[in-house]
Structures are given as structure tokens and as C-alpha cells.
Design a protein around this ligand. Structure first.
Ligand SMILES: [Zn+2]
Length: 647
């Protein structure tokens, strides 16, 4: 229960998680850190109910959009509720009821609460579950200008937070999707478990999510390119869509860009030729889309009449076609950009960079929502015209009711735990950053059965640490591990529960290095002693096992033996029952067993010790390696230090 590997306990694959004691410590620390950065924005913390009335979501219009991931439920009177995945509706109606004056803005409210999502396929443990902790901050301002200022402040706080966690976050411009609004950023952590692709430039600061990522527009002076085609069909199977793009393109066609032009495109059918073959005469419309880089083709088609002629020829060759369209520019008259981004594609922002596509997980998201929720839910305040338009433009006392300009900004707390664990683990397991490690110091007691005098000693070490921290005004998160487990086991657990403090040995003075070396010497010596003792104990049990096995079950005859009284004095005795033996089970207790179960008992002991010995061997090896490194750095320090000048 207390071991770090047991911090997070999934119940099968149903996306439900129980947070055990050590995992909860990590979560609490993340929440405290988030509190700190939210308070730096002047945001106030609250807690909204997880239950929300469906009628409110109908009012905002979000229920009509058919959000399939909502957990919906009805009460005994058949009134509809839902388990909130986010709280725009609730917070907006709360603000609408309570805030009437512009003087209450800028208003920033946040919470760290449980959210729910009816995930079709919960996966990757904490990264995508059905219930999760999330921080959601909502901002309310009277004007777009003020709302964008709030947005900028949130961006800064997010960057500071992730920096403090030492996570290499990529901030990507994103589309707003279901949330509404027109400005949004995603905070991604690159990881192989990620479900999103983030595109970044190797040379400049360009970052975008895959949907919005672009490649550099083609150079007009570049030589003509060979072209290839990409075909899809629409959902009603009545329109064939053909994309023409250069053969040299690094990435494939950007489906999002094609879908923006032909919204009912069915991207799941990758070969529409069967539909074309079976189409009736004159039933299939064709749309040809040309990527802007195929200049020779697009300029050719733009010449008078050429497109019409081309279409006529095509129609003759394919009687199933009803009409043919050639499109090379968007509604604003710009050449189409249809190429998907791949690692190696040219960056659209700088002239020499190439793009890198990485799998990543989204840990945070910021949205400027505008009046998407405040209009339908009637969150308005009365604002004097002088405040809205600036003092110079108006002198009258008139005022206006304006809908509040909103922003919403999330951070997935549960997801963050999973992502950090994945990002910073090594072959031995978890490596928490110090800020969120379950503990900073673990005091270990050596031995399975701790001797009473040792318990006092460990308590004293623990108390002294606490006193020292208090005296020096330090926060020290320490725990005393008094479980009845072997030292190797406890050291492994401590390794997982603690943070990894990395110290640059070069930065230490020769004196400090000597101190480290001395400490390591002592540790290695102590561990080697333990190693020898474990070996001796194992030998003893092996010998017992051999004796018990040698005691062949007899026909019930009593056996003559010699009983040792001292090292050299023996007396004759008789073994009353050779099938039963007395077994020393440790700490002065003896139990009578038959020879079979006694053999099993010793066999188990030998195996347990073998595993402890192997654990300890690894630790000794690691410490010895550390010692070698420290010695080498120390040696070089001493050699490099200026030699005393001879007088
Ligand atoms: Zn670039």
C-alpha cells in the first residue's frame, strides 16, 4: 500500500483509478504548486458542483452539438443532469447571478476538482481516464482588450508553472474546437504515449498542433515539380475529391485542410476507385484541388478556356462523371496550402529551419472565449461609456449593458502525474521532480526485525532532521520507514518515492568531494558487511535444509545419536521421533514441524535470501561505481589545483 509502485491503482481497463497514499501526496503537491501560480494572477479559488442541470447546457447550446462524451443521468423525477467535464455553463450562470458591476472585473475564478468524461476507450492509465482532477480557471473582463491582457497573464503563469516542474513544454497555437472563441494555445509535453502530434521548428520558435501546422510556401523561382494525386470520396459517395500535390512533399496531404474545403469528406475510405467503377452514368461530381506549389499546373488552368477544355476531355473519357471542377485558390484568392507536415518539411516562419513532428500529450489548454457563453447565459454588467471608449471620447454619464468577455484555461492534474511519471522515469522506475516527490527524505531502519535500540536511533535522526529544518526555516518533507522489510527492499522503495537530486560533481570543492568519498566509502563498507552477513545466513539455512533432507523418514525406530553438550563433550541420546524436528523460526521462537514442511521452510528462506542478496549486490555495484566517479573527479581536481610554489 505504501510502496510507490502502488501509488496509482487502476481497476482493470474501465478508466477508473484509485489514488493511494503516495500518489495522493504527489497530487497534493501539484495542486499546491498550481495554487501558487494561480494566486500570482490574483485568481480566487472556489469549488463548483460536479453535477449540473442539462437544461443549463441546453441554454448554452452545447448539448445540441451532441457532445457524446458527456456522462448524463436523470433523477427520480426524470430531470436531466450530467457529470461536468468542464464548468463554463455553471461558472457563467453563477457570475451572471452575482456580478453586476464592471468594478468587479477583471474577475478570475479557478477550481481544482474532479471532472468526468464518458471515454470510449480509456487508455494509458492516468493519461486518459473517465474521472480526473483538473484545474480550470475562468476569466471575466469588460472588453476584448482587457480579456486579451488577462489571456497574456495566464500564458505567463502557465509557462512559470511548467518551468518550475522542469518540463520541456511546447506551446502550440491551436484551434478552439468545441469550446468556441478564436484564440487558443495548447501546452504539450513530448512523450511516446502522446495522442497528439506537435510540430516545432528546429531553428526558430514556431510551434503548432498538427491541425494548424503549415509548411513554407513554395519558392516561385523553384523548378517545376512532378505531381501525384490523392483521392477520397464524400460521405454521400456522390463527389470524388482529387488532390494534386508535388511528389517531393515530405508529408502526406493535410486531411484537415481538405476537409475545410470539402466538409463532408470521408477520410476513412482511402481508395475510392470501387465507388467510381460502380457509379452510374453521369452521377459523380469531381473536385480537383491543386496545392499552391504546383504553379505550372495552376497557371495553366487559369488561362482562358483551358479548364473548360480539360473538363470536356475528362468527361468524355469517364461517362460516370456529372461535372468537373478545378480549384487552385481559396475564398480569399490565396493559393491552396494542402500539404501535411512531416519531419523535415520546411518551416513556414523562418527561411532555413525544418519542422519536427513529435508525439505529445496535452497538459494544458488556454482559450479566449469572447462572449460564447456570456451571451446565451446572460452574464452582463453595466459599464459607463467612458470606461468602454476611454475617458476622452465621451463626457456624458451614459452607460451600457455589455456581455462579459471570457477566457477559460485548464490544466489536467491527473494527466500531469501520469505524464511526469512517464517523462522522468528510468529503468528502475519513477523519478519525481523534487517539487512534487512524495517525500524529500526517507529515514530507513536496517533489518527486517528492527532492534529496539535502533528504533530509538532512527527516531532521533528523524527528529534532528526536523529540528534542523525548522531552525533554518526549511520545508522538509520526511518520512520514517519502519516497515518490517529488508534494507534492499526499503532502499528500492525510497529510490522511487524520493526525488533525484542531481549534483554536478565538478562544482564541488576538493574538500566537499573528500567528504562525499568518505561517506560513500562508509556506505560501501556497511553494505558489503550486510552482504557477507546475508551470505552467512543463507549458508546456515542451506546447511539446515541439507540436515533435514538427510533425515530419511524411518519405520518409527528410535535412533541413537550423540548430543553435544560442549565443543568436545558428547553424551549418548536417542532421537524419539525422527519424522519431526524443531525449527528455529528466529527471534528465539522454536516450532515443531514434520521434516517435509521443515524442508519447505528452509527452502523458502534460502530463496528469499537469494533475492535479497541479488538486490543488495546491485546496490553495492551502483555505489561502488559512484565511488569510482567521485574518486576520479577528486583526483583530477587535486592534479589541476595550483602546486605550492617553492620559496
Ligand atoms: Zn522556423
Amino acid at each position: 500500500m505504501w510502496s510507490p509502485s502502488g501509488s496509482l491503482a487502476p481497476a482493470k481497463d474501465d478508466g477508473i483509478f484509485q489514488m493511494l497514499p503516495l500518489g495522493l501526496r504527489v497530487q497534493d503537491k501539484i495542486e499546491k504548486l498550481i495554487d501558487k501560480h494561480m494566486q500570482s494572477l490574483g485568481a480566487s479559488k472556489l469549488a463548483l458542483s460536479s453535477l449540473s442541470a442539462q437544461s443549463l447546457w441546453e441554454k448554452s447550446g452545447r448539448l445540441a452539438n451532441g457532445v457524446s462524451e458527456l456522462f448524463r443521468l436523470t433523477d427520480r423525477k426524470d430531470k436531466g443532469f450530467l457529470l461536468c467535464p468542464t464548468h463554463e455553463e455553471e461558472i457563467t450562470s453563477l457570475v451572471a447571478r452575482n456580478v453586476t458591476s464592471y468594478r468587479d472585473t477583471p474577475l478570475k475564478l479557478y477550481q481544482i476538482t474532479r471532472k468526468y468524461r464518458d471515454e470510449l476507450r480509456p487508455r494509458h492509465g492516468l493519461l486518459r481516464g473517465r474521472e480526473f482532477m483538473m484545474k480550470d480557471l475562468y476569466t471575466f473582463d469588460v472588453s476584448v482588450k482587457a480579456a486579451l491582457e488577462s489571456y497574456e497573464q495566464v500564458q505567463v503563469a502557465y509557462r512559470n508553472l511548467f518551468e518550475e516542474l522542469k518540463l520541456p513544454i511546447l506551446v502550440a497555437k491551436a484551434s478552439s474546437g468545441d469550446m468556441g472563441g478564436d484564440l487558443s494555445h495548447e501546452y504539450h509535453l513530448p512523450t511516446s504515449l502522446g495522442e497528439d502530434n506537435v510540430v516545432s521548428c528546429t531553428s526558430c520558435d514556431y510551434v503548432a498542433n498538427e491541425e494548424l501546422a503549415e509548411v513554407r510556401a513554395a519558392d516561385p523561382s523553384a523548378p517545376e515539380e512532378k505531381h501525384i494525386q490523392w483521392s477520397r470520396i464524400t460521405e454521400d459517395r456522390k463527389t470524388l475529391v482529387i488532390v494534386w500535390y508535388p511528389e517531393s512533399a515530405k508529408g502526406a496531404v493535410n486531411e484537415h485542410a481538405v476537409k475545410a474545403l470539402v466538409p463532408d469528406l470521408d477520410t476513412s475510405i482511402t481508395d475510392p476507385s470501387e465507388y467510381q467503377k460502380s457509379a452510374e452514368k453521369g452521377s459523380l461530381k469531381v473536385i480537383n484541388l491543386f496545392d499552391g506549389s504546383l504553379r505550372h499546373l495552376t497557371t495553366f488552368l487559369e488561362e482562358d478556356g483551358l479548364a473548360v477544355q480539360a473538363a470536356e476531355l475528362e468527361m468524355k473519357a469517364n461517362p460516370e462523371f456529372q461535372s468537373i471542377e478545378y480549384v487552385s485558390k481559396d475564398k480569399e484568392g490565396k493559393p491552396l496550402s494542402l500539404l501535411g507536415v512531416a519531419t523535415g518539411s520546411p518551416c513556414p516562419k523562418c527561411s532555413d529551419g525544418t519542422l519536427k513532428v513529435q508525439e505529445a500529450i496535452e497538459l494544458g489548454h488556454t482559450f479566449h472565449l469572447g462572449t460564447r457563453y456570456s451571451e446565451p447565459l446572460d452574464a452582463r454588467v453595466e459599464v459607463p461609456k467612458a470606461v468602454l471608449d476611454g475617458p476622452s471620447s465621451s463626457t456624458d454619464k451614459q452607460s451600457e449593458m455589455v456581455p462579459l468577455q471570457m477566457g477559460c484555461h485548464g490544466i489536467g492534474v491527473t494527466r500531469l502525474i501520469g505524464a511526469v511519471a512517464d517523462h522522468l522515469h528510468d529503468d528502475k522506475g519513477l523519478n519525481w521532480p523534487r517539487k512534487i516527490a512524495p517525500y524529500e527524505v526517507v529515514v530507513l531502519m536496517n533489518g527486517v526485525k528492527v532492534k529496539p535500540e535502533l528504533v530509538g536511533g532512527a527516531d532521533e535522526v528523524f527528529d534532528r532532521l526536523a529540528d534542523h529544518a525548522e531552525l533554518n526555516g526549511l520545508q522538509l518533507d520526511a518520512v520514517l520507514d519502519d516497515r518490517e522489510l529488508s534494507l534492499g527492499w526499503k532502499m528500492n522503495d525510497a529510490d522511487l518515492a524520493l526525488t533525484v537530486l542531481q549534483v554536478n560533481l565538478d562544482s564541488l570543492s576538493a574538500q566537499q568531494l573528500s567528504q562525499v568519498k568518505k561517506q560513500l566509502d562508509e556506505e560501501v563498507e556497511h553494505l558489503t558487511n550486510s552482504f557477507t552477513q546475508l551470505h552467512a545466513a543463507q549458508q546456515k539455512f542451506k546447511e539446515c535444509l541439507r540436515c533435514v533432507k538427510a533425515q530419511t523418514p524411518s519405520s518409527g525406530d528410535k535412533k541413537d545419536i550423540l548430543v553435544p553438550l560442549t565443543n568436545s563433550l558428547y553424551v549418548k541420546g536417542q532421537l524419539a521421533d525422527p519424522d519431526r524436528v524443531i525449527v528455529d523460526v528466529g527471534t528465539g521462537f522454536y516450532v515443531e514441524k514434520d521434516t517435509k514442511s521443515a524442508a519447505d521452510f528452509y527452502d523458502d528462506k534460502v530463496k528469499l535470501l537469494a533475492s535479497n542478496i541479488s538486490d543488495l549486490e546491485q546496490i553495492v555495484q551502483q555505489k561502488t561505481n559512484n565511488l569510482r566517479v567521485v574518486e576520479e573527479v577528486l583526483r583530477q581536481k587535486v592534479l589541476a589545483s595550483p602546486q605550492p610554489q617553492k620559496a
